[in-house]
Ligand binder design. Sequence first.
Ligand SMILES: Cc1cc2nc3c(=O)[nH]c(=O)nc-3n(C[C@H](O)[C@H](O)[C@H](O)COP(=O)(O)O)c2cc1C
Ligand code: SF4
Length: 643
Amino acid sequence: MGLLSRELESLRGVIMTEEYSGWDPGRPGHELFDILKEEIRSKGQPSAERVREIASISGTTAAKVRGVIGYYSELKPDNSTVRVCMGEACRARGSELVAKFLANEGDTVGILHCAGLCTSGPAVLRDETIVPRSSTGTGLQLFVSMDSISQKLGSEKVVKSLIQELDNTVSITRTGSRGLYHLEPMLEVDIEGLRHAFGPLEPSDVKDVLNTIIGGNLNSHSLYLGEIDKHPEMLSQQRFAMARLGVCDPTDFESQLALGAYLGLMNAPSMYATEKVLDVLEKAGLRGRGGAGFPTHLKWEAASRERDPIKHVVANADEGDAGTFIDRMIMEGDPHSLIEGMVICAHTIGATDGWVYLRSEYPDAKRTLQSAIDSAREEGVFSQVGPNFDITIAVGAGSYVCGEETALLESLEGKRGEVRARPPYPTQEGLYGHPTIVNNVLTFSLVSSLMREGGETYGAIGTESSKGTVVAQLVGDTQKPTCVEVPFGGTVKELFDNHSSLEGVTAVQVGGPLGSVFKAEELANIELSFEGLTAAGGLLGHGGFVCYGSDFDPRSEVIDWMTFFRDESCGKCTPCRIGTQRALELLERIGTDSEKAGDRTLLADLDEVMTETSLCALGGLAMNPVRSTMKRWPASFGGENNE
Ligand SMILES: Cc1cc2nc3c(=O)[nH]c(=O)nc-3n(C[C@H](O)[C@H](O)[C@H](O)COP(=O)(O)O)c2cc1C
Ligand code: SF4
C-alpha cells in the first residue's frame, strides 16, 4: 500500500464510488502508471508476487498489470546514460551520427521520439535542467525565455552571466519563447513600457549588452534587434494562440491576467451559455489542430447534448508528431490559455472534471502547467465551472498511438493504449464510459483567444474552409528553424520564403511521420491550408514541416518510418498489426538484390488494404510517406522498371 498516496486513494474513491457501482478491474485508472514507473525506476522489473500486490493496490488483476508493463516503452528497465532523439527533425539534423559518437565515447545510448526540441536538434537528453526562477527587483527589468529549446540554445548560461554581472535590484523574469529560435538566447529589456531585444547572445556578450542598456544607446550594439513587437518577423505574423508567448512569467497569475487571460471567463461567466460559445466557435470556423481538422463546435455540441451528469474534458498533450512542439511551447509559455480553453469547454458541455494527457518527454511543461493549474484553482477559476471541478495531469509512458484519442482514453483508464472502435464516439462514451471532449492543446488555446477576440475576427482571416491561423513549425535541415503563427492561405513555399528558408532543402515532410513527403520545388503549388495539403495528396496534421537536406536518403527514411509504425502499432486490427511488419519486409527487399518478382505489386496491394481497412489513422496513413517518397525518388528504389 506504501506507494499509493492519500491523494490517489481519494481519487480512486471518487471514481469507484461515484462513477461505478461495482469493481472494474479493467479500469484501474492512470495512477497505475505512476505506481509502475516508480516501482521500475527504484526497484527494476517487478516480480510475479509484486505484480500481484500492485494489482491488488490498483484494484485490477495481475494479468492487466502485466499487459500494461508489456505495452509501454517506458515501463521497461532503462540503463541508458543518455537519450538521443530519433524523431524526423532530429534525424534530418544528424542524430544517428550523434548517437554513434556518444556510444563510442562510452555512453549507453537510449532513444526517444521527439522531446519537442526540434529547432535545436539533434536533441540529447541527460538530466532534467533546473531552471532558475524569476527574480523581482525594481530596477532594470530584464526578460529571458526558459522554454526548453531556449535552454538547449544556452539561455541558462546567459541568465547565470546576468546574475554574476548584476545586483539584486535587477529583475530577471523567465518567460516562454516568442518562437524566433534563430535569435535565441534573446535578452529583452523593458524601457518605458516598450520591450527591446538583443540576440542571439553568448554568455560572453552579456557584460557588453548590459553596458549598452545602461548607457542608453541601444542601437550602437550589433546584437540589438530593436523593439521586439516591431521586429519584421513579429509584424509578419498574426498571433492568437502565440499572442502571450514570451511576454511574461507564465506562472505569474496577475501578469497573465493583465495580458488578457481569463478575460471573458472572469468578467462575464453568464456569456458562457452553451449556444453562445458554440456560435462563436462556428463563426470562427475553428477546426481541431490535433491532425484531423474536425470542426470544434460540432464536437462540443454533440457532448453538450448528452444527458449524463458526469462528463470529462481532456486535453491531448501527447504531441507525438516529431517536428512539432507548439503544444509544449504553450504549456511552458502560456499554460493559462490551455486551462482557460478547457474551463470554457467544461462550462459549455457541463463537464465534471478535466485531464491533461501529457507526453513524458516534457518535464518542464509539466512543472509549469502544474503550477498554473494550482494558481487557477486557488484564484477560483475552477469554481466557475462547479465546486468539484479540477484539472489533473496524467503523464504518458512512451506510446505514439496514445495520441489517438480513443487509445489516449484507454491509457487514461490505466490500460494498454489500444484504439477503440467507433461508434460510440468519445462525445457519447469516452473516459470511463462518460461523454468526453478530447481536443488538442493548441485547439483549447485558440478557443480562449477566440472567446476574447470574437469568432468573427478570427473567422475573417484565412481561406474559405481553413479559417484563421496556422501555427507552422519549420524545422529539420533548414537554415532557419522557427515557429510562426500566420493566416491560412498563400503557398507553402511563401511560408518558407517569408519566415524560414528552403535553401539547400531537398525534401519536406508535412504533417508528422504519417504525412506525405514533397520535393522542395513542389511547395510553390501547394496552398497552405487543410484542403491545399489534402489536394496535394498529403495532410497538414499538427503543422510540422520537416526539411531534409542534400543527404536525404529516401530508402533509409521509408524503412525508418515503417519500423516506427510497426513498433508503435497498437495491434488491435490486423491490417496494421501484420501489414506494417509485411510492408517493412518488402521495403527492406525492394531495390536490393533480394527483391523478388511481385514485391512491388504486393506492396501496392498492402497499401490499399491498410489504407482502406485499418481501424485508425496509424495504419490508415502508414503508407502515405512511403508512397509519396517512392513516387518522387524512384531511382532510390531500383528505378521504375524493376517489375
Ligand atoms: C496515431 C495517431 C496519433 C495522434 N497523436 C495526436 C497527438 O499527439 N496530439 C493530438 O492532439 N492529436 C493526436 N491525434 C489525433 C487525435 O486522435 C484527435 O483527433 C485529436 O486529439 C482531437 O483534437 P482536435 O479536435 O483538437 O484536433 C493522433 C491520431 C492518431 C491516429
Ligand atoms: S491501425 Fe494500427 S494503431 Fe490503429 S487500431 Fe489498428 S493496429 Fe491499432
